[in-house]
Design a protein around this ligand. Structure first.
Ligand SMILES: [Mg+2]
Length: 445
């Protein structure tokens, strides 16, 4: 009997993180970390779980987009999807009516990510492997066959991608062993959310130093005086032997970014992340050119719409660090294309994580990058935020400031049933309790 997809279930899950300013930055001052959560059901009982990350209001729109797209997935033969994953991915992203409200960007692409992530989770569960292992075990030809190369062949072709992977096959086994032993280096963003008090920042620096972290990121961009004070505070706590990264979350104009960063230069940041609009490729290039001589790199990617934008950022030498996000562009298939382009252009990938489930997912991708593509962790780190992990059946394991390779089959994306019951929006038990206490207002209609 063929393995068929019988249903696609989509849920709106929200956590009230705005209450403690967790996740607050210059542009997103009160996020309620949320996700559109997709369960792909089959006729043999095995299921796949995927999600895309959102900030609260608007999650219902992404949920609806997943539902609108789900007819493309229902009743499909699972084996056929994975044998022709590249063309199936194109079918999802090029649906002749839905693409009008994208194409390959915004809400429809967030929905694509949720569905595609669930498909990869399902594939890995069928193979009884964690996703990183599934990726590592695919032959270069199989792996590359999952990618849609439309719009990027001017930078990388299928043949070149296969060659990049073949060139790095030597030593794979040893790198798997290294990873199992040491894990993959992480950095923390938790010391510097914009809404945190000085005291909390100091406490968190001490906490993460004690945990073995050597790279720290702080949010900047709302007020220069405060930024100088905050950077000084963090440098005093972590010293100059550790690394400091800064993140402006898109708040500046191009010239403003350059001027502002020149004021923060003395704190020796490794990179400035999202200095301006995520769509401004040439603006990023100008900022990068101005700051590079001062030892500051430009990083971006968490809101980069798709592989075409990443291609241009790489072509224009606009980024020194490429920050893929596991839930914004269209899932693993498209992210692999970005990793391959970054490798060809010699730009290290440092994944964006945090949010809901992003740490759980990106660890798989970065481990694959180390084992199968670049063979290196130099200038590479995975973002780590110690929030929302408790809701997952197989949360990340971070030891000595390193992500340890997941062992459970899948993409680490399955939420606990208890979490779904409590945090479903708007009628989960946690939410109804909060309406009663007057902490949140019950949505009308
Ligand atoms: Mg960021």
């Amino acid at each position: 009997m063929a393995l068929l997809i019988t249903d696609v279930d989509v849920k709106d899950i929200r956590f009230p993180t705005s209450l403690l300013a967790d996740g607050s930055d210059a542009m997103h001052t009160d996020p309620d970390y949320s996700c559109a959560y997709v369960t792909i059901k089959t006729n043999k009982g095995i299921e796949g779980y995927g999600l895309t990350f959102t900030l609260g209001r608007g999650t219902e729109i992404v949920v609806q987009a997943c539902k609108s797209m789900s007819y493309l997935v229902k009743n499909q033969n699972v084996t056929e999807i994975f044998e022709n994953f590249g063309s199936f991915w194109r079918k999802l992203t090029s649906e002749s009516q839905l693409r009008w409200i994208g194409p390959e960007k915004g809400v429809t692409h967030l929905a694509t990510a949720a569905i595609v992530n669930a498909l990869w989770d399902l594939w890995a569960r069928i193979e009884n492997k964690p996703v990183w292992q599934l990726l590592v075990d695919l032959t270069p030809e199989q792996l590359v066959s999952t990618i849609d190369f439309r719009y990027i062949t001017d930078v990388i072709t299928k043949e070149e991608a296969i060659k990049l992977l073949k060139d790095n096959e030597k030593g794979k086994k040893e790198r798997v062993e290294l990873l199992r032993k040491n894990g993959y280096p992480a950095y923390t963003t938790q010391v510097g959310w914009l809404g945190y008090s000085d005291h909390k920042v100091q406490e968190l620096c001490a906490k993460f130093l004690a945990l073995g972290f050597t790279s720290f990121k702080a949010k900047v961009g709302q007020n220069l005086k405060d930024d100088i004070k905050r950077c000084q505070l963090i440098r005093d706590a972590i010293g100059y032997e550790n690394k400091l990264m800064l993140d402006a979350n898109q708040i500046w104009d191009v010239n403003e970014a350059i001027e502002w960063m020149k004021q923060l230069m003395k704190f020796k940041p490794v990179w400035i992340e999202e200095p301006t609009s995520p769509d401004d490729v040439l603006g990023h290039a100008i900022i990068a050119n101005e700051l590079r001589p001062h030892g500051i790199g430009v990083a971006t990617g968490e809101m980069c719409a798709n592989r075409v934008m990443f291609k241009q950022l790489l072509q224009a030498k606009a980024i020194d660090y490429c920050q893929i996000d596991s839930a914004r562009i269209g899932g693993i298939n498209e992210i692999l294309a970005v990793y391959l382009m970054a490798k060809k252009r010699g730009v290290p990938v440092c994944p964006h994580a945090g949010g809901v489930g992003l740490c759980e997912m990106v660890q798989h991708l970065q481990m694959w990058d180390f084992i199968s593509l670049t063979g290196s962790t130099e200038n590479r780190v995975i973002e780590y935020v110690d929030q929302q992990h408790e809701h997952f059946e197989h949360p990340v394991r971070v030891q000595n400031a390193c992500y340890m390779p997941p062992t459970a089959p899948g993409y680490s994306t399955k939420l606990k049933q208890d979490c779904i019951t409590k945090y479903s929006y708007p009628s989960g038990q946690q939410w109804t309790d909060m309406y009663e206490k007057g902490i949140f207002q019950k949505p009308s209609n």
